[in-house]
Ligand binder design. Sequence first.
Ligand code: ADP
Ligand code: MG
Length: 592
Amino acid sequence: MAGKIQLLPNRTANQIAAGEVVQRPASVVKELLENAIDAQATIIKLFIKNGGCTLVQVDDNGVGMNAFDARMCWERHATSKITKADDLYNLNTLGFRGEALASIASVSEVEMKTKCAEEDTGTRIIINAGKFINQENTAATQGTSIAVKNLFYNIPARKNFLKSISVETKHTFEEFQRIALAYPAITFEYYNQGKNLSKLESGDLEKRVNDLFNLKEGELIQTNENTDIVEINGFIGTPKTAKRTRGNQYLFANGRFIKDPYLNHAIISGYGGLLEEKKYPFYILFLNVDPRKIDVNIHPTKHEVKFEDGRHVYTLLQSVIKKTLGTHFVIPTDTQMLNATAVKPTQNLNDQFAFINPNVDQNFNPFGHKKQKTPTSWEKLDEILNTPIHPKQKSFFTQSEKTTETTSHHFEIFQIQDSYLVAKIEGELNLINQHRAHRQILYERYTSTQSVSSQQLLFPRTIELSQSDFALYLEMQKDINALGFDISEFGQSTIIINGLPSELSKEDGASVILQIIEDFKTNFQDLKIAKKDALRQAAAKNAAIKTGKALNQTEMQVLLNDLLHCNQKTIDQSGKTIAVKLTKQSLERFFQ
Ligand code: ADP
Ligand code: MG
């Protein structure tokens, strides 16, 4: 009996695949350039006409193909790069799906000339809309030239989606730049309408960056850091070079350009308060990880990747930025900080403040290398407070009942507006936002591996969740309980709260879980922060003491002591100010 199901004809399947692989001429640029790189070319030329809509051509001097491969490479799933599924986890080439050429050919007119070292003559092939037209011998030098003409000519609907020629041209050049950056050892040339617009001689990364971006001396800082998990190298711009637009941000994972909002966030937060508001730093960073620990297979255009140790990569990247900025800058003086920090117009008092920013701590070194000693005030303070605080004692509310321990330092502190602490630290006046301080303390505690304390409820509370929130909860259950919650599920969408993190009060503890789920959704879905981190931030925000809460002397002492033990004392994850310091000079300025 004949069923309804049929296999799609090859050309239809290719056109569907092209829907994903080929979005615009720049996608063709990417695929052809990557193929040339995989073919070990040392000189690659790109020719664009009319934004790539009428022509994208790539000529390379790579290994080329023999007559058989020249025909084969246009078949779907034809690849020379992997032979078994296992190879996928050990990728050292840019391509591997074997679908780019087939997809491109199905939506354009293609002409290829290629010759490999083993053959005397080359091969010329013509394919139109995926239909094989002609193959013949031809005279050629070693290498491959592929011309993709009239993209989407056979699919008007997609052609209509293309933007103006200038926009498409811009995209092709961006793609060219990304790839040229990742392969400075290869010579690249870019031609638009027959005119050579860019010629990049082979060299090292620094030369390539200079050739492409025309920066002034001292505007870039080099960074190079090696850990077990990831090797990070490249260049970051000084805060002054940050722009109003996101433009020059290049992140590469194992040689592939990636767009990763989460890692971008790590970089931005590494700059901390050094960036003016709404300004984006310049960076060209290469992350290299063991190919088995990265999944490049999750998106056909491969601008997204998944790291096995995503969370670690985040933290390391953030630390590397801090350290790079820290080793490059001397501790800023008041006036220098003025230029560098986020001074919101409404906060004109900020003009008077210069705070010591751990983000530019010269000695900041997450990798435990030997420090060159020039301690900042915070550091000196840390030394005074050197004695470690036991995890249990670190809990703000649990310790608040006791008098301050001998391990902590006593400060002169008072509270204003039930919201800010005014403290004398090393003879200097400091203002601390109590909510943000506590939030940071909790966040770092949740992030560290130390166990969190929890309190059991005498009367467990039940909460009814929506279906989707319940699904979310189930997914996060382990992580939620790791924060000190003791929650079990009951039925289809109900949860029972048996215990809470000790910093939460019993009254609002149960309802806070709902707010945590809400904030987690925002962090994770809108801000694209990684799951675990999104949860920690949401929990820290909701468990932290609120603005407007009166604190007693002991509570203030504990809060400040705990803050001084944080890695980030003055600026939080999102770049918001936790604490500011009023130096002698800034005080003097008040009275000039
Ligand atoms: P993939 O790159 O994923 O293998 P493609 O469809 O892009 O798939 O290419 C198919 C095959 O064609 C490649 O695996 C390679 O063997 C060959 N090929 C493509 N472009 C070139 C080139 N410029 N030089 C030599 N071989 C090439
Ligand atoms: Mg390819």
